[in-house]
Design a binder for this molecule. Sequence first.
Ligand code: NAP
Length: 254
Amino acid sequence: MARDGAWEVSGPITPEAATLLDIFIPLQRTPSFVVGQIGQSLDGRIATIEGHSHYVTGPEDIRRLHRLRAIADAVVVGATTVDLDDPQLNVRQAEGPDPVRVVLDPSGRVSSDRAVLTNAAGSTLILTGPAAAASPHGGQVERLTLATRTEKGARPRFAPADVLEVLATRGLRRVLVEGGGVTVSEFLAAGVLTRLHVAVSSLIIGSGRAAFTLPPVTLLDQALRPPTRVFHLGDDVLFDLALEGHPEPAETGA
Ligand SMILES: NC(=O)c1ccc[n+]([C@@H]2O[C@H](COP(=O)([O-])OP(=O)(O)OC[C@H]3O[C@@H](n4cnc5c(N)ncnc54)[C@H](OP(=O)(O)O)[C@@H]3O)[C@@H](O)[C@H]2O)c1
């Protein structure tokens, strides 16, 4: 096993199995990661304006996403995804345990009938800001108040590093930031992602919710162009980006 995740096997292996090993071995061999994940159209959209997103990418890519969930301790989503999409965020198309579901809901606006709050088959952590109204959640749902900062005219925001610190203190160090675009963009802009999986489907929506929105740059030299591996998953293309400033998985030797 090389530092970039290269591997060798002694017997025959199918191309599909080789792709799986290439994608997942670098993640399996590290005790902590923060992977951002986006499934987008050719024109960089993750959903229609109304929030319809089922599905941007195809079944092979959805299986990759469930495998990612299965090796993550926690899966983080924004309040809009929970409200519009009502996801379960559990592992259904792969083997493995369900991650803890983490919802960023600074103003406490997520409705109490959403699956992540009512489905007792997994545990959920809701991060709210100090000004959020208290709302009762039962069973496996924990609500935690986290400090926010508010820039002029903007909505209150958690620092992504604070979110990760809260998770780490609970032993949740393998983190999947699953969407939507606003949430992944904030973690990307904060420089806390170790990898970014961008699955691109040959779909043109022409309008809708954006995959990435980052602070403006003047020159393309200032844009992100990280080392990237490319995989074909059915009709989709997966870009697996190693983000600068973050270490590659360390050699463990075993
Ligand atoms: N194709 C895909 O890969 C994919 C994946 C997931 C979701 N989706 C779709 O994407 C759409 C939603 O995406 P979106 O980009 O509009 O929104 P989103 O990322 O799901 O949610 C954004 C909201 O989450 C809260 N939030 C996120 N980061 C925060 C931070 N650092 N601090 C505090 N609050 C934070 C904020 O809530 P407040 O507004 O309350 O401040 C923010 O406005 C849905 O239609 C969903 O179906 C697609």
